[in-house]
Design a protein around this ligand. Structure first.
Ligand code: MG
Length: 160
């Protein structure tokens, strides 16, 4: 078994679509970035890469490469899962914390889990997503950005 953690943060701006965990969420602002800036999925990608000892998302999908401009982060997660599978590993479970002042995330968590679990080829119960605010404190509290933390356990493909 191998464990990894990931962290990511993106700036909230007007004129961008908000995508979190592969779900498009109606909101006045979206996250800025080279890809779709899905901060939750990026944190999960980094946790998986960390568990694999394969560095981070920036090494594998550099934001200087036009190939990745506007790309869905779910596609990046698919490629990260392929790398883990190449090492004979799959996700045992993942625990993710999304830190955002707004919007309310609870209506979207079930769909996020379904999408992420589908890509990871595991039951949705093995992905936990928690959402919290910072009680109005700091740059997240003032709605300048959203961050996410992820921890993930990798297990051998042939284990249950
Ligand atoms: Mg990112």
């Amino acid at each position: 078994m191998r464990v990894g953690m990931g962290y990511d943060c993106h700036r909230l701006v007007q004129g961008r679509v908000l995508v979190l965990g592969g779900v498009t969420i109606p909101h006045s602002h979206g996250l800025d970035g080279h890809s779709d800036a899905d901060v939750l999925t990026h944190a999960l990608c980094d946790a998986i890469l960390g568990a694999c000892g394969l560095g981070d998302i920036g090494i594998h999908f550099p934001d200087t490469d036009p190939t990745y401009k506007g790309i869905s982060s779910i596609t990046l997660l698919e490629r990260v899962i392929e790398k883990a599978e190449g090492m004979g590993m799959k996700i045992g479970n993942a625990d993710i914390t999304l830190v955002a002042q707004a919007p309310r995330m609870s209506p979207y968590v079930k769909e996020m889990k379904r999408i992420l679990a589908d890509v990871c080829k595991i039951p949705p119960e093995r992905i936990n997503i928690k959402a919290t605010t910072t009680e109005g404190l700091g740059f997240i509290g003032s709605r300048q950005g959203i961050s996410a933390y992820a921890v993930c356990l990798l297990i051998p493909v042939h284990a249950s």
